[in-house]
Design a protein around this ligand. Structure first.
Ligand code: DX5
Ligand code: ZN
Length: 216
């Protein structure tokens, strides 16, 4: 299994102090910074876009894991590449031609991932998985932080891990100390957590525990 990566979701951070929140998470042991991009159309919430990534990039060399919960993700490839995004993760439900989009993201110089909503069969990503840097199995309906982990998505993680032993498999939604073991046992190695990290009295300890659970 690939190494554990812990990705705090800045959606739970203070957007008015984004650069310092990112630095704080890196200092506490984060591997990735998970940036939730929402367009108010693919999901019923509105957050941030490429201009914020561009501004943030001036303050950090960190790995910016951009989760695009947007319709027509094709429209934003060039903007995110120019802004300095490290990884461009689009939803398979949002595109008509995932294969072409993968190639466009790579040509623009970013790593590429596909996300699937809880109701979307994992088999939909199998044809592309060998060309991807990451697959994101959503464990809540995308749109908001602070929702409950959906354990019924774990068979999707397991099915993906069994077929693709070296793939980075990310889980996102409701991950924390009480749910990490289920995700780790199913084969997830990239762990997004918003509420569980930002809401903790000791976020360093939470990041460390999440990592230990994946590596156990
Ligand atoms: C939800 C986002 C998540 C969210 C996770 O649509 O994709 O990244 O911030 O938040 P928690 O960890 O609080 O469930
Ligand atoms: Zn996310």
């Amino acid at each position: 299994m690939p190494t554990a990566k812990i990705a705090p979701s800045l959606l739970s951070g203070d957007f008015a102090n984004l650069a310092s929140e990112c630095k704080r998470m890196l200092d506490l042991g984060a591997d990735y910074l998970h940036m939730d991009v929402m367009d108010g159309h693919f999901v019923p919430n509105l957050t941030l876009g490429a201009p914020i990534i561009k501004s943030l990039r001036k303050h950090t060399d960190a790995f910016l894991d951009c989760h695009l919960m947007v319709s027509e993700p094709e429209k934003w490839v060039d903007d995110f590449a120019k802004a300095g995004a490290s990884l461009f993760v689009f939803h398979i439900e949002a595109t008509k031609d995932a294969g072409a989009l993968i190639e466009r993201v790579k040509a623009a110089g970013m790593l590429v991932g596909i996300a699937v909503k809880p109701g979307t069969p994992v088999e939909s990503v199998f044809p592309y998985a060998a060309d991807l840097d990451q697959v994101l199995i959503m464990t809540v309906e995308p749109g908001f932080g602070g929702q409950s982990f959906m354990a019924n998505c774990m068979p999707k993680v397991r099915a993906l891990r069994d077929r693709f032993p070296d793939l980075d498999i990310q889980v996102d939604g409701g991950l924390g100390l009480d749910t990490i073991d289920q995700a780790a046992a199913a084969g997830a190695n990239v762990i997004v957590a918003g509420t569980a990290i930002f809401g903790a009295a000791d976020p360093r300890a939470v990041i460390s525990s999440l990592r230990q659970s994946v590596e156990a």
